[in-house]
Design a protein around this ligand. Sequence first.
Ligand code: FES
Length: 165
Amino acid sequence: MNPELEKKLKEALADTSNIGELPDADSVGTVGNSDCGEMLRMWIKFREDKGRKVIDKATFQSFGCETAIAVAALATRIIQGKTAEEALSLKPEDLSGELGPLPPMKIHCAQLVEGALKSALNPAGASPAPAPAPAPASSASGTLVDSLQNGNRKSGTIQFIPKNK
Ligand code: FES
């Protein structure tokens, strides 16, 4: 990995403000990558802004590599103030923000974040995995550890996306 990207990753990882469960979230989405085993959950809370429903705050938890965590930290900032439609239009390279273009072997890390965002905002859009019915935030607001311990992978709460989607 080039030194410039490594430096930007460290800076993004230092921002822990959006890490953790968002207890009063309006929606939550969880995805996993069946190839590398990384998982990411994102919580989203909306607010009204001049007649528009915009993202007030987004947080995440991850059993992920540093790149996925860094992208999630940046993405949860980038989507603040955007409508769900605006956030859904963002591509992995947009969500990577200041990191800039990722090396080919790390692109799927940003796609994991994109998948969690899609799962949270539009569960049907997190294809190609079968889309489960949207879970109310209250019933899906446990931690990733809870999900794994409760076997939610089997019940479809966690969507798995292929590495090279
Ligand atoms: Fe798989 Fe980063 S190595 S998400």
